[in-house]
Design a protein around this ligand. Structure first.
Ligand SMILES: Cc1cc2nc3c(=O)[nH]c(=O)nc-3n(C[C@H](O)[C@H](O)[C@H](O)COP(=O)(O)OP(=O)(O)OC[C@H]3O[C@@H](n4cnc5c(N)ncnc54)[C@H](O)[C@@H]3O)c2cc1C
Length: 368
């Protein structure tokens, strides 16, 4: 996104990526918020899914039909799409590994695994969650990430599954894609082996065979509440975007939109000669809300309400309240900020409880 913007503005732009288009470990789910802002995504998507089954401990599975469906991409296809757009705008693509960056006066000297060094006036750092360039981008602490792992399973289904567990800050997803399922789990403060066991147990229970499926594991940024304020988004001669800047929703794990949007803003502001405005622009547009979401994540996944886990209660409330169902639809679409969510829940709490109570009563009356 950044390279496309910069090249389109007439700046000499080189994009260096060791793998270019590849099947990056990822669910590939893209929300309405992303394809509404970037409609070219909708034209390119091979899969759009509405039917979603939610599962949690101690309550029946709940089906919701997303009013604004989720697009599901193979990451190889999504990466190729974005690279093609950057190249068409005039970006030079270089398949190589960056091994070092050094300040050379006002410029940068970028050394690569093979071939001559590249010099540049400015650096947009988009090296993902495992950013090897430690002097730029997020300065990671152990509490700022979660493990995400899963399988690409040669199978098919028409719906999405999401499974929540009491006591796990994370969840399982099963996304149908072109020709396979992307099934994975993300979780904070739980060992990878334990997460893998949860996932395999779940898949076996669903009759999904993962025996010969390709396994993947990666890191997902999940900045702790205290880390957002000091997060390194920019410095002299560089801006960081996407996972390298820690820009992932701590509640849902959504990162594709924030990577694209931060790249877009970085490209626009750099092309306009105002890179110093980048950090404030992303903070105002979404970082402050993601920082607030970080304070919510633990409560959402680990909290309890009326003797049950919050995720179980959420499913029960969605079943019984049109208001809560509406809010969940907005969360899936990405059309409500976490701060607005708080205001809405507080404002509607008494009437929502009344709605739930009435619906529970009616349900008991009609259920034999
Ligand atoms: C298992 C898993 C599931 C996920 N599911 C979803 C989902 O369904 N929806 C969603 O919105 N988000 C999801 N995410 C998050 C999403 O994948 C990331 O937020 C997003 O890919 C970030 O994009 P990025 O461009 O910043 O980084 P990346 O996509 O990681 O890209 C970084 C690029 O940098 C290159 N690179 C790194 N180091 C070097 C180097 N030294 N030299 C040259 N090149 C280098 C890599 O080759 C790579 O292509 C998921 C993440 C994981 C781990």
């Amino acid at each position: 996104m950044a390279a496309e913007r910069l090249a389109a503005a007439g700046l000499r732009t080189v994009l260096i990526d060791e793998k270019l288009a590849w099947e990056k470990p990822c669910g590939g789910g893209v929300t309405w918020k992303a394809y509404h802002r970037y409609p070219f995504l909708q034209q390119a998507a091979s899969h759009s899914v509405s039917a979603t089954w939610l599962h949690a401990d101690g309550t029946a599975p709940l089906r919701i039909d997303l009013e604004k469906p989720l697009l599901i991409f193979s990451r190889r296809e999504l990466n190729q799409l974005l690279l093609d757009r950057a190249a068409a705008a005039g970006t030079a693509l270089l398949a190589n590994r960056v091994t070092g960056i050094d300040r050379d006066g006002p410029a940068w000297r970028i050394t690569t695994r093979s071939g001559p060094a590249v010099t540049a006036d400015f650096l947009v750092v988009a090296t993902g969650a495992r950013n090897p360039l430690r002097q730029v981008g997020t300065a990671w602490k152990a509490a700022d990430s979660m493990v995400a792992l899963g399988y690409y399973i040669p199978s098919a289904q028409a719906h999405i599954d999401l499974r929540f567990f009491a006591g796990l800050e994370g969840y399982i997803w099963v996304f149908p894609r072109n020709g396979h399922l992307s099934a994975g789990i993300c979780g904070k403060q739980e060992a990878a082996a334990a997460l893998r066991q949860r996932l395999e147990h779940y898949l076996s229970g669903c009759g999904i065979c993962f025996k010969d499926a390709r396994f993947y594991a990666h890191m997902l940024p999940s900045l702790a509440p205290g880390s957002w304020a000091e997060n390194r988004l920019a410095g002299p001669g560089w801006l960081a975007v996407g996972d390298a800047a820690g820009l992932v929703d701590p509640v849902t794990g959504e990162g594709i939109y924030y990577a694209m949007r931060s790249g877009d803003l970085a490209g626009q502001l750099l092309a306009a000669g105002r890179p110093e405005e980048y950090a404030a622009a992303v903070r105002a547009e979404f970082v402050d809300d993601l920082a607030y979401a970080a304070t919510l994540a633990q409560r959402v996944y680990l909290g309890r309400f009326c003797g049950g886990s919050n995720t179980t209660r959420l499913l029960q409330f969605v079943r019984r309240s049109r208001r809560v169902h509406g809010i969940l639809q907005e969360l899936f679409a990405g059309t409500i900020s976490y701060r607005d969510l708080r205001t809405r829940i507080r404002g509607n709490f008494p009437s929502t409880l009344a709605e739930i109570a009435v619906n529970s009563f009616l349900r008991r009356m009609v259920t034999p």
